[in-house]
Ligand binder design. Structure first.
Ligand code: COI
Length: 357
């Protein structure tokens, strides 16, 4: 059996770090100097290595381009107060990656390859982790079918790559979202829970149309009735309704968000009652009319905690109050930040520490 105890590092001779303006980080614009690459062939993953980030030479016949076997993760690493780096919830992301891979009939990535590979990569590019509050090193693990063949088949070959990117906030202002009642992101039994590339490609047209109508994002509803809220495509959604944190209960059509899961745990610590349940459009409309819907926000690795200012239901805009410092979303966002940078105890063991000498 292959083990991944020590991963060779080929360092770049031309770091791009000094070209980066860390005060103007657009999401995903800059990719750090190195990437991890591993190949799957003959039924197993082979020797990973860390190499300078750059283009790959690939055949246009690789199966992922045609039949969609491509799965990714979104994670973040933070600069801690003591100078070390924390990779947030590495094991939970690894678990989710493997669930996505299983759904797409792709080989799992072994735990030690994922954890040791990512640790070594973050160590190598530790100077790329931003230091300012609200910024972090976004981590993008990716697995795709790399066998060149036109027949419709499960690929026998794959590439696992991890690249990283220093990022600031994903959304710069509170969001206007539209409840989508025509298009469908995912149906039960489909691939909605998996972080596969096609889920994002399929959402582009409806999202673009919503943007043309003045919205930032679509609030996806269930495929059968268009009556229950699923998620927002780039993030899960959460509400404070009648003094309780409410979020759509996971189904096979909803991504099992790591930030969502963390906020659910922290809601217990912060003493806010919480419920994972079906959330209907009527629940939201009634909550607005009675004044009991006091907060709505998105939760995701890229989005972190993204306030929602307006929800458009059946063509009508409903407005939420501005989320002040005592709102649940601001409190939980601050708590998450404090845990990640080591300013508060990491009681749930979420930080994977990369020690920087
Ligand atoms: C993430 O939150 O990491 C995502 O993958 C969502 C999106 C930015 C692709």
């Amino acid at each position: 059996m292959t083990t991944f105890a020590s991963i060779p590092v080929k360092k770049t001779s031309q770091s791009r770090l000094s070209d980066i303006d860390f005060t103007k980080l657009e999401f995903g614009k800059y990719i750090a100097d190195h990437m991890l690459v591993a190949d799957y062939k003959n039924g197993q993953w082979h020797a990973p290595e860390i190499v300078p980030y750059g283009d790959l030479k690939m055949s246009p016949a690789i199966l992922s381009l045609h039949y969609g076997q491509a799965v990714f993760e979104g994670m973040k690493a933070y600069k801690m107060k003591d100078g070390n780096i924390s990779i947030f919830r590495i094991h939970k992301h690894h678990e989710r990656l493997n669930k996505s891979l299983a759904r797409m009939c792709m080989p799992e990535v072994p735990h030690d390859l994922f954890v040791q590979g990512l640790t070594a990569l973050v160590e190598t590019d530790h100077d790329w982790v931003p230091r300012t509050e609200g910024s972090s090193l976004y981590i993008r693990p990716l697995v795709f079918a790399s066998e060149a063949r036109l027949g419709v088949k499960v690929s026998d070959e794959y590439k696992f790559i991890i690249m990283t990117s220093p990022v600031g906030p994903y959304y710069s202002k509170p969001l206007r979202v539209k409840v989508e009642e025509h298009y469908v992101r995912a149906a039960e039994g489909g691939t909605g829970f998996a972080k596969c590339a096609g889920n994002y490609g399929g959402a582009f047209l409806p999202t673009q149309q919503a943007r043309e109508q003045g919205f930032d994002q679509v609030l996806w509803t269930d495929a059968k009735e268009h009556h229950y809220i699923d998620e927002a495509g780039t993030m899960n959604v959460m509400f404070v309704l009648d003094g309780k944190l409410i979020t759509p209960k996971l189904t096979s059509a909803i991504l099992d968000g790591v930030t969502r899961d963390s906020i659910i745990t922290l809601s217990h610590d912060l003493g806010l009652p919480m419920e994972e349940r079906r959330v209907s459009i009527s629940d939201l409309a009634e909550g607005f009319n009675s004044g009991k819907l006091t907060e709505a926000f998105g939760a995701g690795t890229a989005a972190v905690v993204a306030p929602i200012a307006t929800i458009n239901i059946h063509g009508k805009d409903y407005q939420l109050p501005q989320a002040g410092a005592t709102s649940f979303q601001q409190q939980v966002k601050q708590k998450l930040h404090n845990i990640r940078i080591g300013a508060e105890a990491d009681e749930h063991q979420w930080n994977h520490i990369v020690r920087i000498a």
